[in-house]
Design a protein around this ligand. Sequence first.
Ligand code: URA
Length: 435
Amino acid sequence: MGYRMYDLIEKKRDGGVLSSPEIKWMIDEYTAGRIPDYQMSAMTMAIFFKGLDKEETLNLTMAMTESGDTVDLSGISGIKVDKHSTGGVGDKTSIALAPLVASVGVHVAKMSGRGLGHTGGTIDKLESFPGFNTSITMDAFLKQVNDIGIAIMGQTKDLVPADKKLYALRDVTATVDQLSLIASSIMSKKLASGADAIVLDVKCGSGAFMKDLVSARALAEEMTELGRGAGRKVTAFITDMDEPLGLAVGNALEVKEAIDTLRGKGPEDFTELVMSLGAAMVHFAGIADSEEEARVLLSKSIENGDAINKLKEFVKAQGGDERAVDDMALLPSAKYEYELAADTDGFVESIACSEVGTASLLLGGGRLTKEDEIDLSTGIIMKKKKGMPVKKGEALALIYYNDEEKKEAAAARLKAAFKIGRVKPETNDIILGRI
Ligand code: URA
């Protein structure tokens, strides 16, 4: 059935509801290059103002999911569970979580992205292990999950091509920030990746897309409904991103923190997040009857070394140097360290989280354009987090750097991110809500 894009734009502009065949046609034609960007821009702007109802959002998600390759995980036994985070500063969760849940028997077949923004994505971070290969073939990926229970690869070129085009367009037409468009963009990629069950980590706060609890909950609900509408098991956690997650921000530094966490020596907030998401994944996989029971399994795996051994097995299977798990000096490390000191006494009242991310980016740890090379060694270790007392001259953070000029720019940014006050502020739990 053919439509005219003009008519569909007009319909949405006037607040109408697009039918399932209309949405499918639009996405297929746009992906094939037969609808020009200027018409799709008008459509995304019309959606921005008039919204999509639940059925339209599900239809859009399914049309996007079907716009390219979908991964068939049926050759892997058991319930395949995926996890997705909406992204934030210091988010190294997958690097600890994936081996941890795999160590108790969950099959993790995960596709991850590279980062555009403050730090790299999971794929960049994993490349901190010398030799680690994230561009493995689909056959090798599936075989590895069957052999050792875990594999992580970069998203293939043909996974949801509609989203690649649409996201790039939204990015330059001020239409990223629309709930249904965000939810369909994320969920189409998750659905195409083939897992039976999905655990979502929706970040909330100054370092996240969603700045407040109301909008984070709305996104979490929308994504959960989409996943369930597509026949998958889904749960969502809303988690704090008002300050960096854990203490490390920057690629190899975050990998080191993930390793410490798998040894039971991670920061409290990060450990709690990994255990909560992990318990949901283990429960979804049918390995434990409740999340409480799942937590016990995960704690045992950390204590008896299974978790850290699974990380080594995983790194080795993907060509990486697994000795770096025991000898972290084999991971990239920056030449210099600088201590950012407080210039007044008080309490850390707030930390402008995205500014910490920007400071890490300025050190070389993130990308401004897709072509930029990342410096995996640089970053920041937070010495003070929200609510902690500070004395003048005490370290707020350590900066790891290779270039003096970049360090100066990052230090100025980081200093401005810390607000020191006289009164101890309320602090948030890492888990703010659950759906
Ligand atoms: N991440 C995505 O993948 N898509 C969006 O629209 C926003 C964040």
